[in-house]
Design a protein around this ligand. Structure first.
Ligand SMILES: Cc1cc2nc3c(=O)[nH]c(=O)nc-3n(C[C@H](O)[C@H](O)[C@H](O)COP(=O)(O)OP(=O)(O)OC[C@H]3O[C@@H](n4cnc5c(N)ncnc54)[C@H](O)[C@@H]3O)c2cc1C
Length: 382
């Protein structure tokens, strides 16, 4: 049951489920090669999925956050590496430009996030600033009409597919009492002079999702590269992460759902001691717990999405959803793997891949510890 989702929302998610089911035969190869196929990204553009949250007046589908969550669940159930790429492109990147872009920036940039030619990226993290993102060291100086940026952004999802990257750099000196002082959001085209990418990271999971460094060496961007106001970039990053966390919660939910479905099917088939293992209470209780956690995670994610759609505060609820759903995905993938016994440990079976993919969900867009900090801060401040 998905009480926050109406008929139309479920239909859209159903269409994405049917489309993504066709991808299954291609996933293992793409994961081995470490890249999302260009035609898959192109098809997502054609389907309107890449612009789902972009208002109709800007050329998108104008779908609600609830739809965004349901669609991402479907994509992640099929292929988590694809889901995280779409979550970043269509959630945090498109959302930041819709909220903070000028009319000219929206007209120039949003089509590139929707047309299926690539996927946008968001660069906050650096080698010395992860959870403590405000302590970033990348700098931006005025140069004539434009800007010159220097620094190195770490672990950037979609970097190799991105036409541009929302990049956070500091204008002016850091201030001890105001660590976020001067942080500004810039739109950095990946083909701008002085911009290069590091090699793709070799990851535990999500191997078809690109994660690379963005290197800025006297990178030159125009005056029109500033997103929002100078010195207000940290607020843009935090607001983007609030929405992005709903996407990561949905990704986690899709992963958990996929492995539970597979574990149930396997437990029905696999026989030991003369009976299908699904008859053993240990297996049944494990599945019952997993499914309960999955439903709870989905309810939390849809609540956060529902609040966001109504313009209500949702920071705490998005953190709760991301925290619970990502930890559920980790636990449930290991439970499912246990149901598969030794076969679950083998590459041939997909639960192994889902378990590796799930591991990242408690790390990016704020670790579980950071989510607990956000939730606790909101409780104490209330
Ligand atoms: C696959 C992948 C994709 C990513 N994609 C992007 C991207 O597209 N853009 C981007 O900007 N970044 C991206 N990241 C980076 C990600 O957001 C960071 O890795 C994350 O924020 C954690 O930062 P860190 O790795 O530096 O860990 P650290 O901040 O060094 O944390 C290390 C440990 O200390 C804990 N910790 C830190 N501070 C506290 C505290 N105050 N209290 C309690 N515990 C604390 C953390 O929870 C963690 O367990 C990605 C990361 C991964 C793994």
């Amino acid at each position: 049951m998905r009480p926050e989702a109406g008929q139309t929302e479920r239909e859209l998610a159903g269409a994405v489920r049917d489309w993504s089911a066709e991808l299954a035969p291609r996933i293992a190869d793409a994961e081995r090669q470490g890249a999302l196929p260009a035609d898959v990204i192109h098809d997502l553009g054609e389907l309107g999925v890449l612009g789902m949250g972009i208002p109709e007046s800007d050329g998108g589908l104008g779908a609600s956050t609830v739809v965004f969550a349901l669609v991402l669940e479907e994509l992640a159930a099929a292929w988590p590496s694809l889901a995280v790429g779409v979550s970043v492109n269509s959630g945090i990147v498109a959302g930041s430009i819709v909220r903070h872009g000028t009319r000219e920036q929206r007209a120039r940039l949003l089509p590139r996030l929707m047309d299926g030619s690539g996927l946008g990226a968001f660069a906050l993290t650096e080698a010395t600033s992860g959870s403590d993102a405000a302590s970033l060291r990348a700098t931006a100086h005025r140069d004539g009409d434009g800007w010159v940026l220097n620094g190195r952004k770490q672990f950037i999802t979609n970097a190799k597919y991105a036409p541009f990257v929302i990049t956070f750099a500091r204008v002016g000196a850091a201030e001890e009492q105001r660590p976020h002082a001067g942080v500004t959001a810039f739109i950095v085209p990946t083909d701008a002079p002085g911009v290069s990418l590091g090699p793709s990271e070799q990851k535990m999971g999500l191997r078809a999702s690109d994660t690379s460094a963005l290197v800025l060496e006297d990178a030159q961007v125009g005056a029109d590269a500033v997103l929002g106001e100078i010195g207000r970039g940290f607020g843009i990053a935090l607001a983007g992460l609030d929405g992005g966390r709903i996407g990561i919660a949905a990704q986690s939910i899709g992963i958990a759902r996929a492995v539970i479905e597979r574990a149930i099917a396997y437990a029905r088939e696999r026989r030991q001691f003369g009976t299908p293992i699904v008859e053993f209470e240990a297996i049944r209780f494990s599945l019952a717990r997993a499914r309960t956690d999955l439903d709870a995670a989905r309810m939390l994610a849809l609540r956060a999405a529902w609040l966001r759609d109504r313009g209500c505060p949702f920071t705490r609820e998005a953190s709760m959803a991301k925290l619970f759903a990502s930890e559920t995905a980790q636990r449930v993938t290991y439970q499912a793997l246990q149901v598969f016994g030794g076969y679950g440990y083998m590459r041939e079976y997909e639960v192994e891949r889902y378990a590796r993919d799930a591991r990242a969900t408690t790390l990016y867009e704020g670790t579980s510890e950071v989510q607990r900090m956000v939730i606790a801060r909101s409780l104490v401040a209330a």
